[in-house]
Design a protein around this ligand. Structure first.
Ligand code: PLP
Length: 391
């Protein structure tokens, strides 16, 4: 029977990681990986997370099952962080299996309400937005969000895509630090889109995987909370992978704002029912650690401080790319990076350029030209600019 299975597409990023690992040159630069790294190239465990894990190890008393919605202390900590208050009664909340699981659950929820829905996704995007729709057999329509050659947002195409959406369709928007472009919609445009979606009965799904890494944390979270609460129906996914550095612990949260508390109870039950038939309940550890950090004022303050350090490093590397390429032949390729936010930018490089950078200079990135700004170690920026000059 399995002979009829088509060969699945290769995961582009894992292929880059494989080629990078196999390269024996010691000056190689890995800009492909999708994690935050410090100036030594290390993806650290955040200090507050280490301390939270210690506390947890001392105080945890049971490994019994969690509630279907997940770790209740984690959910209330994330609600407090996001909404500045307890979870509003018209908002359903589910601990998700990373941000990926949250996006998938949100789309599956919408598909339960409207089986023939369309999910609108601006491209380029995080490939899993399209992949999840494929796995769920849900129609996915793409539009051009960002023009790589000019490094400009295509706001008109975004508006036009929304105007073609029908009630019950899902319109995906990125939270701060767009992956892969680093180019975010201005808040006024986000609000305009949320209002237009509300008028049409379209469900906006905001996927936020990099809060606090481009702007001040509270600014990011307040903006996200206001956007979601402004809508009669909207979903917000917060991944804890990047902002808490918990990648492998598969931790995230899905908030779904509903018209009223009664509807939120039905949505809550539906999310738990879908989860039950899929993975039953999410893994405990990452959420328990975040719950521990957010319940402790000292750990929360330290987490916030370290997040600021991470954000400053990313901004510093972006500024270095701009200033060090000034008046050099690589300048046009890097002209927009200092204005973009978060760990990713999408450079106007051809697949051929990308292959030559790897072959000639041991600089690795996916074929799309996406670079992880946090992938530059101390001294790598100059080597990278020289490699671009060699193209
Ligand atoms: C836009 C976006 N959404 C969601 C995620 C989900 O990440 P995770 O499932 O590791 O939490 C990512 C991670 O790369 C992302 O870039």
């Amino acid at each position: 029977m399995f002979a009829s299975l088509p060969t699945p597409p290769e995961d582009a990023l894992h292929a880059v990681i494989g080629r990078y690992n196999a390269d024996p040159r010691d000056h190689k630069i890995d800009l492909g990986v999708g994690v935050y790294r410090d100036e030594r190239g290390h993806s650290p465990i955040m200090r507050a997370v280490t301390a939270g894990q210690r506390q947890l190890a001392l105080n945890e008393t049971s490994k019994g099952y969690l509630a279907l919605r997940g770790d209740v202390r984690f959910l209330s900590g994330m609600a407090q962080l996001t909404f500045g208050a307890a979870l509003p009664d018209r908002v359903a909340a589910l601990q998700s299996v990373g941000g990926t699981g949250g996006v998938r659950m949100a789309i599956e929820l919408a598909a339960n309400a409207k089986p023939d829905l369309t999910v609108f996704v601006g491209v380029p995007t995080w490939p899993n937005h399209i992949g999840i729709c494929g796995q769920l057999k849900v129609r996915c329509e793409t539009y051009n969000y960002f023009d790589v050659a000019t490094q400009q947002l295509n706001i008109e195409a975004t508006r036009a895509a929304l105007s073609s959406a029908q009630a019950g369709d899902v319109f995906v928007l990125h939270g701060p630090c767009h992956n892969p472009s680093g180019a975010d919609l201005p808040i006024a445009i986000m609000s305009e889109l949320i209002d237009a979606a509300a008028t049409k009965g379209v469900i906006v799904l905001v996927d936020a995987a990099y809060y606090g890494l481009g702007n001040e944390l509270d600014d990011d979270l307040n903006e996200l909370a206001q956007l979601v609460l402004a809508a009669p129906q909207a979903a917000l996914v917060l991944s804890c992978s990047k902002s808490f550095g918990l990648y492998r612990e598969r931790t995230g949260v899905l908030f779904v704002a509903c018209a009223n508390a009664a509807q939120a109870r039905v949505v809550q039950g539906t999310l738990e029912y879908i989860a039950r038939g899929s993975y039953s309940m999410p893994p405990s550890h990452g959420a328990a650690v975040v719950g521990e950090v957010l319940a402790d004022a000292i750990l929360t303050a330290d987490w916030r401080a370290e997040l600021i350090q991470m954000r400053s490093r990313v901004a510093h590397v972006r500024a270095q790319l701009e200033t060090q390429s000034c008046n050099r032949s690589a300048q046009p390729l890097l002209a927009a990076v200092a204005q973009q936010k978060g760990i990713f930018s999408l450079l106007p490089l051809t697949p051929d350029d990308v292959a030559r950078l790897a072959k000639n200079s041991a600089v690795y990135m996916p074929q799309s030209g996406r670079i992880n700004v946090a992938g530059f170690k101390t001294g790598d920026v100059e080597a990278f600019i020289e490699a671009l000059e060699g193209l």
